[in-house]
Design a protein around this ligand. Structure first.
Ligand code: SF4
Ligand code: F3S
Length: 268
């Protein structure tokens, strides 16, 4: 059913593993085909589009002209500012920085999807050979939304998109430009192991009795007390499970510099 005008979406990938696209195509409410057919008009997406090569690039350029000022630009992947020509597909010679800036110029807003596009992610980990940065370090003067995590939760991608489709505006954001509806709580505030934390019951060693009884993972390096995200409420893969649910601590994947700062087994 045609409920409203479908919002034109251009989705580009820079330095990434495509994990956020993989997560999105597992969205269940709505499914990705409902999303594409009923709510948005997906003009360009390297993984999902039928076109390839010059034909694909033509779709992109046509969409930029036709929907100037109206399309949402989704960016997946970090932007290499030191190895400018690397890790980018598309119109050569155009660097990743140039591609993001050019396509952001005529967008209504830019949505950075995943840890890499938001804050540089794993490519930005020390010693960051490619000079990886997030979208907000490159694009200025445009509304930007960050949907971090590795990968971004499809529920949060769809949440931002549908909020825009329904209201014509972006959701309320925190100081790191993350939507508050998704990143307004700490993992630790809603963790299913929280009662064990409060009772002082901790896993002390992998595979010990505490691990078998789903005790708190704080002493094994869980960064849930420092991490803002809603995976402790909505989980991943259609509610199937999430990191702490499978018995390892949170590594803070929705926070800036998470790999260097949080992805260790040491408590902070
Ligand atoms: Fe907090 Fe992590 Fe323990 Fe959960 S497992 S209660 S998030 S420290
Ligand atoms: Fe990421 Fe921690 Fe959730 S590692 S997926 S924010 S439990």
């Amino acid at each position: 059913a045609e409920l409203m005008n479908r919002i034109p979406v251009i989705w580009i990938n820079i330095q990434d593993c495509d994990g956020n696209t993989e997560a999105l195509i597992r969205s269940s409410a709505p499914t990705v085909d409902e999303l594409i057919l009923d709510y948005i008009s997906l003009e360009y997406q390297e993984t999902l589009m039928a076109a390839a090569g010059d034909q694909a690039e033509k779709c992109l350029e046509d969409a930029v002209k036709e929907f100037k000022g109206k399309y949402l630009l989704f960016v997946e992947g970090s932007i290499p500012v030191k190895m400018e020509y690397a890790f980018t597909t598309g119109r050569h010679p155009e660097t990743g920085v140039e591609r993001v800036k050019r396509l952001a110029k005529d967008a209504a807003a830019v949505i950075a999807v995943g840890a890499c596009a938001s804050f540089g992610g794993i490519p930005a980990a020390h010693p960051n050979p490619t000079g990886a940065v997030g979208v907000m370090d490159v694009v200025k003067g445009k509304p930007i939304v960050n949907i971090p995590a590795c990968p971004a939760n499809p529920a949060n991608i769809v949440g931002v998109l549908l909020h825009y489709v329904m209201t014509g505006s972006l959701p309320e954001l925190d100081s790191l430009l993350r939507p508050k509806f998704a990143f307004g709580y700490r993992i630790h505030d809603n963790c299913e192991r929280r009662a064990h934390f409060d009772a002082g019951e901790f896993v002390e060693e992998w595979g010990d009795e505490g691990a078998k009884n789903n005790f708190c993972l704080y002493k094994m390096g869980c960064k849930g007390p420092f991490t803002f995200n809603n995976c402790s409420i909505i989980r991943y893969n259609d509610g199937t499970n999430w990191p702490i649910g499978v018995g390892r601590g949170c590594i803070g994947c929705s926070e800036p510099d998470f790999w260097d700062k949080y992805a260790t087994e040491r408590p902070v």
